[in-house]
Write a protein that binds this ligand. Structure first.
Ligand code: ADP
Length: 256
């Protein structure tokens, strides 16, 4: 089976010379859900931005990005953008339209689909994101959690084969986090999830890749990685509470 993603020796420095990716190689099979973990500045967002050709038009020699078996080059960038749905970290970066319905229709309208298909995909995406009755509202008037769902619906309406999510639960309240987790858990799509929310990683992604300073420092089952306290601490993270060993409370003294 073709992999959803194959990265080979991906390197990227921003125009000011700061190296964000320092030789990342990674393969993700179709249907996998992989968390990309790492401290601030590890290169997680930069990695996701490469997946649909948002960053460089040309990669360094010997580096390659393959999306569903096709090399990502200038000529294939449009096809990659259709295959990869990227959910940005800040929902306000994503809004283009005055109403939620127009926002969610925007992507499908660019694809030349029939009106019936556009309406069907829009309704499906709104329902998948848990916002079937938001259509007429203005995206900018919504709460953070609602904005995230609208962005997710807009991405899902394009029927991506690979969903790349950048910190989807940052700044959500506990209920918003819970609801988003429940949504993500049932989406039938290959997923790459860059996050600091380690509990989200445990719940959604059987596999995790740990990045630090633009390099992959660990790649394996999420529970094994996150339970490795020295590894977590060495890379600016911590073992999530839900994996911590339980220390039983000391027994209460006998009643006199
Ligand atoms: P993460 O998502 O893991 O926090 P980023 O991919 O945002 O990491 O950043 C990786 C590195 O690239 C960091 O050192 C960051 O400061 C740098 N960086 C990110 N965006 C830019 C930019 N637009 N210009 C220059 N450096 C940047």
């Amino acid at each position: 089976m073709t992999n959803a993603l194959d990265l080979r020796d991906l390197r990227y420095a921003y125009p000011d010379g700061r190296v964000a990716l320092d030789g990342v190689s990674l393969s993700v099979a179709e249907g996998e859900r992989v968390a990309i973990l790492g401290p601030n500045g590890a290169g997680k967002s930069t990695l996701l931005l490469h997946l649909n050709g948002l960053l460089p038009a040309r990669l360094p020699r010997d580096a390659s990005v393959h999306v569903f078996g096709r090399p990502l080059i200038e000529e294939t960038a449009d096809a990659a953008r259709r295959a990869v749905g990227l959910l940005f970290q800040d929902p306000d970066d994503q809004f283009l339209c005055p109403t939620v319905r127009e926002e969610v229709r925007f992507g499908p309208e660019q694809f030349g689909w029939t009106e019936a298909r556009i309406a069907e995909e829009t309704a499906r995406a709104l329902a998948q994101a848990g916002i079937p009755d938001f259509g007429a509202r203005a995206p900018h008037h919504l709460s953070r959690g609602e904005k995230r769902r609208v962005c997710l619906a807009a991405v899902l309406a394009c029927a991506p084969r690979l969903l790349a999510l950048d910190e989807p639960t940052s700044d959500l309240d506990p209920r918003g986090k819970r609801e988003l987790r429940a949504l993500l858990r049932v989406l039938p799509v290959t997923m790459l999830l860059a996050t600091h929310d380690l509990e989200l990683a445990v719940e959604i992604c059987p596999r995790s890749v740990l990045l630090d300073a633009g390099r992959v420092v660990a790649d394996g089952p999420t529970i094994a990685l996150l339970s490795d306290e020295p590894l977590m601490l060495a890379h600016g993270l911590e073992r999530p509470h839900l994996l911590a060993h339980r220390h039983p409370h000391p027994p209460l003294p006998d009643a006199p």
